[in-house]
Design a protein around this ligand. Sequence first.
Ligand SMILES: Cc1ncc(COP(=O)(O)O)c(C=O)c1O
Length: 425
Amino acid sequence: MNYKLSKFGERFCAPSGTFTLMDDLGKALTTNPDMLFLGGGNPAQIPAVEAEIVAAIEALLASPGGVQRLCGNYQSPQGDPAFLEAMAAYLQRNCGWPVTAENIALANGSQAAFFVLFNMLAGEFDDDNLSQILLPMAPEYIGYASSGLSDNFFVSQKPLIEPLADGQFKYHIDFDNLPLNDAASAQGIGAICLSRPTNPTGNVIGDDELEHLRQLAKARNIPIIIDAAYGLPFPGILFTQADCPWDDGIIYLMSLSKLGLPGVRTGIVVASREIIAAYTRANTALNLACSSAGPALTRPWFEDDRVNLIGRTMVQPFYEQACQTALRLVRDKCADLPVRVHAPQGAIFLWLWCENLPISSEELYQRLKARGVLVLSGHHFFIGIDTDWPHAHECLRITYCQSETVLEQAITLLAEELRSLYQAD
Ligand SMILES: Cc1ncc(COP(=O)(O)O)c(C=O)c1O
């Protein structure tokens, strides 16, 4: 470009890890349309959910003022008041949270809300102090990585690794080393954030771990952002029991995306009234208003709890079944290989740990791409920690939002590639 870029331009227009990765995935698919695509984060197309969406569109268009509600008005900066009321009543009924519409605001996708909230709560302060977003453990969602307005925006730490039966393992938060334990290091933390279930691992941080974190955060007066994109209260893509606690120090970020509506770009922030008021002002400056399509289409789902029926009888069972298929295929095809799988407790991915992998996971990604299989190299997800940790270069994320045929072909090729690597070593 002929023009000199600002610091903002340098930071946000440079090819970030996330951009390069998405670009690479896109180009690989264009070059080879037959690529076995286990790479992206798109939700699966579930026919029963698609039928619900079609019915919602038809009902909206047939109702008086339907087109206006779909796309004919700017919403108020906080979001469509009728949707906020319906959401508050839904959360009171289903989660027992003492919230009203004043505790809720909308976003053009939860990704946009992360940007506002992260930079509202961390970064440079007017007393020249800096604070960071604490991700209690890496790996975490790659989408956070490029959203800070200042350097060293995230801090995280290695997880504890619990070996489990059946070739599985589970990450836990290393509470002993968390920078919340002493007042001085906690001062540098502006907010804590975790995805539950976690993208990329499918981990669901236990209720006891979350409670421990909540107590530490409360004692230090630091908010916790819970990224519920896949979790509770909807769409509920969990394969284990979990609670969703509420207090004034928790900020929930929800999304319509993994229900099957990523294109309507609707995120939902639920938090204390003060946080919502501040967030709404920033969101107005950035977006003026949020998309009305998601709220208009789905408000009836929240008014009569249909969203629970969709989540529990269509979305969750679909992914649990797909997860079991992927797990069985990995077990069968990789039985002779040192490949462990993170206990799949939710979301839409399997996280594979290829112990003592002779090459880096990034090189493995390149080799698999050349053979027509797209996965994600795990190193991208180790945000805010020292990337020299060998484990960070031994993992892969694969999505199971694909047909069994595609999964089987892809996992067979993956196993073949790994076998040749381990045998040559
Ligand atoms: C863990 C997690 N959080 C947030 C998002 C962003 O979702 P959206 O902006 O579509 O609401 C995603 C998208 O894949 C995700 O995986």
